[in-house]
Ligand binder design. Structure first.
Ligand code: ATP
Ligand code: BTN
Length: 253
């Protein structure tokens, strides 16, 4: 079933729904046009020719039954301080929405990768542009709802899709858009602590041996989950250190 712009429009609290057959990147579209678009605008595409992941990686985005979805949200300079942990909130909203549709085995790899049966099924990319009185945030979500094969030169790790569930993509897009808008709005008021416990329920590595890989080194420890700010807690012997979302990858050790 093709993406249906007017159906998605009806689910929105604010802003417009824009659907493309093909685009370079739905994130790029919102970032380029952020000044003229209404707050809350969502952009979806059937296919991305230059879908991107974190740290300049490519997000494989063929024409399939997948979801390539981005949303634009404005924050004042004051509210923009705690935005990195918002990506954990987005991962939680996705995980809870899928669980509510009876998808078992959904987990989150800190900070925000969505796993199904232990393999990467979705990812989130936060990007932003300065705006006159604050920041225009673009949140991009890629979910493999239905994709039978990948280009292995692009997808270099174990991956999964949800084709067995035969999702109605429009219905899921509507649900996500509505829940995201609701939560993006209240986030500056409630903060990350409002979501921390719920996020922990999906943590793929809690109490497991992990390594944090940065450009220059590897830090080994036991993951104790996250704190009230969404930072990763790593136990090394008697000490527990917290790590913010940055240029690092979390892996099983
Ligand atoms: P981390 O951010 O912790 O390093 P990661 O290894 O998953 O995690 P990301 O930058 O978050 O890295 O995601 C990009 C990676 O995801 C790519 O390097 C690729 O291997 C993989 N990937 C790309 N497209 C897809 C897709 N459609 N489904 C699953 N995985 C994908
Ligand atoms: C990751 O690296 O795990 C994040 C992947 C994010 C992919 C989505 S698909 C919709 C939006 N547009 C993009 O170019 N990237 C994000």
């Amino acid at each position: 079933m093709k993406l249906n712009q007017s159906q998605i429009q009806q689910a929105l609290i604010c802003g417009k729904a824009i659907v493309f057959d093909e685009i370079d990147s739905t994130n790029e579209y919102l970032l380029t046009h952020h000044q003229e678009l209404e707050n809350g605008t969502v952009c979806l595409a059937e296919k991305q020719t230059a879908g991107r992941g974190r740290r300049g990686r490519t997000w494989y985005s063929p024409k399939s039954e997948n979801l390539y979805f981005s949303i634009l949200w404005h924050y004042s300079a004051e509210d923009a301080a705690n935005l990195p942990s918002l990506s954990l909130v987005v991962s939680l909203i996705i995980a809870e929405s899928l669980q509510a549709q009876n998808v078992a085995d959904i987990q989150i790899k800190w900070p925000n990768d969505i796993y199904y049966q232990g393999k990467k099924m979705g990812g989130i990319l936060l990007e932003s542009k300065a705006s006159r009185n604050g920041l225009d945030l673009v949140i991009g979500i890629g979910l493999n709802l239905g994709m039978t094969k990948v280009d292995e030169s692009v997808v270099t790790q174990a991956w999964a899709d949800l084709s067995q569930y035969h999702f109605d993509r429009n219905q899921l897009a509507c649900q996500l858009a509505f829940k995201l808008q609701k939560n993006l709005k209240i986030y500056p008021l409630v903060g990350f602590s409002h979501y921390a416990e719920r996020w922990q329920a999906f943590d793929i590595f809690r109490h497991k041996a992990v390594k944090l890989v940065t450009e220059s080194n590897e830090i080994h420890g036991i993951s104790l989950g996250i704190n009230e700010q969404g930072e990763l807690l790593l136990q090394q012997g008697e000490t527990v250190q917290s790590f913010g979302i940055g240029e690092m990858s979390l892996r099983a050790d």
